[in-house]
Design a protein around this ligand. Structure first.
Ligand SMILES: [Zn+2]
Length: 446
């Protein structure tokens, strides 16, 4: 893969690669903007979660399909062309399985098909209410599966796999999945299955993990599972230096969700340190003589492995998660801005490949896309070269201008698996899907 994204001038504008959305809970789109009123001076992730559970309890397969289809249309119009759907609303609200036990999963696949986006559906194993082994609470009952029922669901869903549908595995979190169950599921998976897990979103879960397991969550996972390039660690927010190094060395992808992590007050992923860990690893390899092709150096951006050598830098991508925002531009911009605000410096996410922050960020998402989603095909986004903000643009600055120029949509066309699904900024079936979404929200919000 080239070191920077491929930007090509074409008849309809500037063609750039489609962006992978590595983390989504589609139903949460219906509550965007509805948890922004203070209920308690100590409002936090945990009070937000109660609002989210109340919303989750209202969904049935029809509502889920309507909300997810609208969400996926908005993703496509924004430049996302594949989504990893981390799905745990398995049963009816009281915990009873639907007549077709996979009805909610099938609704998500139907939503993806109706929109044209590629979906990696990740049915979630969710077994308990916390590290201490407590049972699921009333509002969590519809999430619950044991290992056998999860495996049945997973294998049954694989009949839907196609050029645009893949089925992977999600472990909700270390707090929701006991160690033995994790090992049982991992041992039963086909070798190329993608595995996603929420890992260290909140400091409270890090503290609980230390109290129960005697180790931080990322450390514990690295020590107790064969974490490799099949894995995506979602919200690897709270990390120490050894954990950063461990993830980068494992080949796993970190899924960062800047707009949601900001919205929920989670914390800031240490992007610059993560990029530097990969670099110091490359430097160490050279110094130890383990790989003579690796060029080591101490300045940021140096030490990139030569072409054909093992890629030493950590993998990462973005997700829109709770969908407080549905825009790869906003996720990437805030990923960089968070670093600038914390360090009081500028132009943080760069490498020796290019001084362009935008290209470095877009390339980061492109580099992890296939390993995290399982899709190897390339999709295309065409940016509108008639937009005033792109006047006089050239291939070397288009991506920076796209990401760092605000919120006017610049996506003109989107092609997924060879099919044009967005043309002139509009999804091919935008109006009918939006009408169905409005009707669904009327039912949902009564
Ligand atoms: Zn999540």
């Amino acid at each position: 893969m080239p070191a920077t994204p491929t930007v090509i001038r074409c008849a309809r504008g500037w063609a750039v690669p489609g962006v992978a959305n590595l983390h989504s809970h589609a139903f949460q789109r219906a509550m965007a903007g509805m948890a922004e009123r203070q209920t308690n001076p100590a409002d936090s992730f945990w009070t937000w979660r109660e609002t989210m559970y109340a919303m989750a309890a209202r969904f049935d397969p029809d509502l889920l399909q309507a909300v997810a289809t609208q969400l996926y249309v908005e993703m496509l119009e924004a430049g996302y062309t594949r989504v990893c759907e981390f799905h745990y609303l398995h049963h009816a609200p009281d915990g009873t399985p639907y007549a077709a036990a996979d009805a909610m999963s099938v609704a998500l696949i139907a939503a993806a098909r109706a929109s044209g986006i590629r979906i990696t559906l990740l049915p979630v194993l969710y077994m308990r209410g916390g590290f201490d082994g407590r049972a699921l609470g009333d509002r969590q009952r519809r999430f619950g599966l044991d290992v056998d029922t999860w495996l049945q669901l997973f294998h049954g869903l694989r009949r839907h796999e196609s050029e645009t549908v893949r089925i992977g595995c999600a472990l909700h979190s270390l707090r929701a999945v006991p160690r033995e169950a994790m090992h049982e599921v991992l041992a039963a998976l086909p070798a190329d299955t993608r595995i996603h897990i929420h890992i260290a979103e909140q400091q409270a879960e890090v503290d609980e993990c230390i109290a129960v397991h005697g180790a931080r969550p990322v450390r514990w996972l690295l020590d107790h599972a064969s974490v490799d390039e099949r894995w995506t660690l979602v919200h690897a927010t709270h990390l120490d230096a050894e954990e950063l190094q461990g993830i980068a060395s494992s080949g796993a992808t970190v899924a960062i969700c800047p707009s949601t992590e900001a919205n929920l007050g989670d914390g800031l992923f240490p992007l610059r340190a993560y990029l530097d860990v990969g670099l110091s690893r490359a430097t160490n390899l050279q110094e130890s003589g383990a790989d003579g092709r690796v060029a080591g150096a101490s300045r940021p951006g140096a030490g990139i492995p030569a072409e054909g050598s093992p890629d030493a830098r950590g993998f990462w991508g973005i997700g829109s998660d709770s969908h407080a925002s549905v825009s790869p531009v906003e996720e990437l911009r805030w990923l960089e801005y968070g670093q600038r605000l914390a360090t009081r410096q500028r132009n943080i996410a760069v490498t020796e490949d290019t001084p362009s922050v935008g290209e470095t960020l877009l390339h980061g998402t492109q580099r992890s896309a296939a390993r995290s989603t399982g899709f190897t095909g390339e999709d295309l986004v065409v940016l509108d070269d008639s937009a005033p903000i792109l006047a006089g643009a050239h291939a070397g600055d288009v991506v920076d201008r796209w990401i760092f120029s605000g919120n006017r949509p610049l996506v003109r066309d989107v092609e997924v698996a060879g099919m044009r699904v967005v043309e002139d900024g509009r999804h091919r079936n935008r109006d009918a899907i939006a009408a169905r979404y409005r009707a669904a929200l009327q039912r949902l919000l009564v």
